[in-house]
Design a protein around this ligand. Sequence first.
Ligand SMILES: NC(=O)c1ccc[n+]([C@@H]2O[C@H](COP(=O)([O-])OP(=O)(O)OC[C@H]3O[C@@H](n4cnc5c(N)ncnc54)[C@H](OP(=O)(O)O)[C@@H]3O)[C@@H](O)[C@H]2O)c1
Length: 319
Amino acid sequence: MLGKKNKLQLATTFALIRSRRSPAAPFRNTYEKSRKGLFQKFSMTTIVPIPCDSYKLGFIGAGKMAESIARGVVKSGLLPASQIRTAHLGNARRTAFESFGVKVLDHNSQVVEDSDVVVFSVKPQVVKGVVMELRSLLSEKQLLVSVVAGVKLKDLQEWAGHSRFIRVMPNTPAAVGNAASVISLGAAATKDDGELISKLFGAIGKVWTADEKHFDAITGLSGSGPAYIFLAIEALADGGVAAGLPRDLALGLASQTVLGAASMAVNTGKHPGQLKDDVASPGGTTIAGIHELEKAGFRGILMNAVVAASKRSRELSNN
Ligand SMILES: NC(=O)c1ccc[n+]([C@@H]2O[C@H](COP(=O)([O-])OP(=O)(O)OC[C@H]3O[C@@H](n4cnc5c(N)ncnc54)[C@H](OP(=O)(O)O)[C@@H]3O)[C@@H](O)[C@H]2O)c1
């Protein structure tokens, strides 16, 4: 039996080793030997830390999302394009990636064989077949990532044959470097793996970490949210036209107003209710507009939209 003090020391050592950045492998091996027979209930790990500035990044699925991430990563200087690869046989997609220096191979298997981090960025309908087809090439030496909407870690891990997997839910503003992404770590993904992927998605916007149980709600809010705001921009512009503005001017003002308001909400640290109060003077124009929105149930409508989209996401991911 281990004494209380020894147990505490071993737990501390274990936590220290887990939290080490690279290179942790030699320490891990020594530690694995030293704990043999003491902590048999922990399985021997084959997880090797991935060096955060020199890893090779591969995309399975050379579509819009993969291109946004790859462009953001190269633009931010996080990785050079020479360390990124994908596969596609179509000329248009090949040219899109090659135009900024990313290597485009012919087969998914070549991408997997030549990558430390593999991002699955295909459509939900095909992801199972794609992962299963590559299964024999996948090992815990690689960190696997999925940006596929509505597909759970439990299934991805089962198809891949291991659980060093991270699920990410980005959104469409990724295309302009302003995504809101949420990551959730699979069973064998380490803290360092999480940091590496946070940095990767940090190149195309902001990143949060959340329990996977929240992913349907996240889909309803940030995943579907850009569409709600596009609708709002269009409606504001229509209001401007109804009030006599030329269409171009109305659309420009509506878009910039949403961008400016969002920027204030993010950058001032003030509660949005406070920001609203600050611009609504007694008997003024803004409070007259707000009164109309409240009469029509504006807040309730937005809340209902998020709840309905979350519910739909849950239905789809349970199918
Ligand atoms: N776009 C977004 O903002 C966004 C946001 C959140 C999540 N996502 C998720 O990201 C994933 C990709 O979305 P996307 O917008 O990038 O879609 P997309 O542009 O259609 O990209 C998917 C790519 O996968 C390729 N593909 C199809 N089957 C393949 C296979 N067997 N092996 C390798 N590649 C294959 C497609 O090739 P073809 O060109 O031949 O069709 C296409 O280039 C989806 O699962 C989506 O849920 C996207």
